[in-house]
Write a protein that binds this ligand. Structure first.
Ligand code: ATP
Ligand code: MG
Length: 272
C-alpha cells in the first residue's frame, strides 16, 4: 500500500482520497522510530553544513487544522536542529500594524537568511484559508493571492531559499479525540481554545480552501506535501523524510579552508 506525500503539479486533487491514518504499512511504532532517529541525526549534520556554507537557506511551512500536530512536529522533528541556526515563527491573527500592510509584509521579514532554517507555524497561506472561510476579505482580493504567493515563493527560491510546504492531514475524528483530551487532561486545558470548535464546524469549507490553495500553489520551486497526521509517530517519520530529502538535494558542503592553513600551528599563550 502506498500513498504519495507529494502532489502532481498543476493537477487538482481530492483531500478525501488521502488517508490521514496512513502509516506506510508500518504497524509498529518501533520500526518508524528507528528510521526517524536516523533521519534526525542526518538533519543535524546537514544543517551544520548549510550553516557553514552560508549560501542557501531552508524554509519549512507547516499548515494544518487545530490539534493536527504542528507544535509536536516542531518539537520532535525540528528539535533535531541546532537552535542557533533555526528560527520558528508562529503566525497569529494579524496586528493592526500588520493589517495596514500587504499580507506578505510580515511573512517576508520572517524568511530565513542565508545559512539558516526557518520554520513557519502557520503562514501566508492563512490569508487564503481562514480569510476565505470566514470572509475576512472580499473574494476578488484573496483570489489574487495565489499568484502573489507563487511569485513571492519564486523570489525566495531565486535568492537561494529552498521552500518546502507541509500540510498535516488529520481526520475530524482524531481531532475530536485530541481536543477532548485537552479538556480532560490536567495541564492541557490551557491549550483548549473554544474558537477551534468554530473552525471544526466548518471542516468542509476548510478542506475546500486547502484543496484549492495546495493545487494553485504547488509549484516546482515550492512544492506541497500532504502528510498523514493521525498517528504522531508516522507524521514525525514522514516529515523527517521530507526535510532530510530536501536538504540532501541541496547538498550543502563545508567551505574549503583558506590556502596555507595546513602548516599553521596555534602558538602557545603563557598565562598567568
Ligand atoms: P495552537 O496549537 O496553540 O492552538 P495555533 O496556531 O492554532 O496554535 P492560535 O493562537 O490558537 O495558534 O491561533 C492563531 C490563529 O490565528 C489561528 O486561528 C489562525 O487561523 C489565525 N490567523 C493566522 N494568520 C491569520 C491571518 N492572516 N488572518 C486571520 N487569522 C489568522
Ligand atoms: Mg489554535
Amino acid at each position: 500500500m502506498t500513498q504519495p506525500t507529494t502532489l502532481p503539479c498543476g493537477e487538482s486533487f481530492n483531500l478525501a482520497e488521502f488517508d490521514p491514518s496512513f502509516s506506510g504499512g508500518m504497524e509498529r511504532k518501533r520500526q518508524a522510530k528507528a528510521e526517524t532517529k536516523d533521519n534526525l541525526e542526518a538533519l543535524l549534520d546537514l544543517q551544520a553544513r548549510l550553516y557553514a556554507e552560508n549560501r542557501h537557506s531552508l524554509l519549512v511551512v507547516l499548515q494544518a487544522m487545530d490539534a493536527a500536530g504542528k507544535d509536536g512536529t516542531i518539537k520532535h522533528v525540528m528539535g533535531a536542529f541546532n537552535p542557533q541556526g533555526v528560527r520558528v515563527t508562529s503566525f497569529k491573527v494579524p496586528s493592526k500594524l500588520e493589517l495596514a500592510h500587504d499580507f506578505l509584509w510580515r511573512v517576508h521579514r520572517a524568511a530565513p537568511p542565508r545559512g539558516m532554517v526557518g520554520i513557519f507555524n502557520r503562514s501566508h497561506y492563512e490569508d487564503v484559508l481562514i480569510v476565505r472561510v470566514l470572509g475576512l476579505a472580499p473574494e476578488a482580493l484573496w483570489r489574487k493571492r495565489f499568484d502573489h504567493i507563487n511569485a513571492f515563493e519564486k523570489l525566495l527560491s531565486d535568492h537561494g531559499t529552498t521552500v518546502v510546504k507541509i500540510f498535516l492531514h488529520v481526520s475530524p475524528e482524531e481531532q475530536a479525540v485530541r481536543l477532548q483530551a485537552r479538556l480532560d487532561t490536567p495541564g492541557k486545558e490551557w491549550k483548549f481554545n473554544p474558537d477551534d470548535l468554530g473552525a471544526r464546524r466548518q471542516w468542509a469549507d476548510y478542506m475546500a480552501a486547502y484543496e484549492e490553495a495546495l493545487t494553485r500553489c504547488n509549484t516546482p520551486w515550492a512544492p506541497w506535501h500532504v502528510v498523514p497526521a493521525d498517528r504522531k509517530w508516522y507524521r514525525n517519520l514522514a516529515v523527517s523524510r521530507i526535510v532530510r530529502r530536501t536538504l540532501e538535494a541541496l547538498n550543502p558542503s563545508y567551505p574549503d579552508p583558506e590556502p596555507g592553513l595546513e602548516a599553521m600551528v596555534i602558538p602557545p599563550v603563557h598565562w598567568p
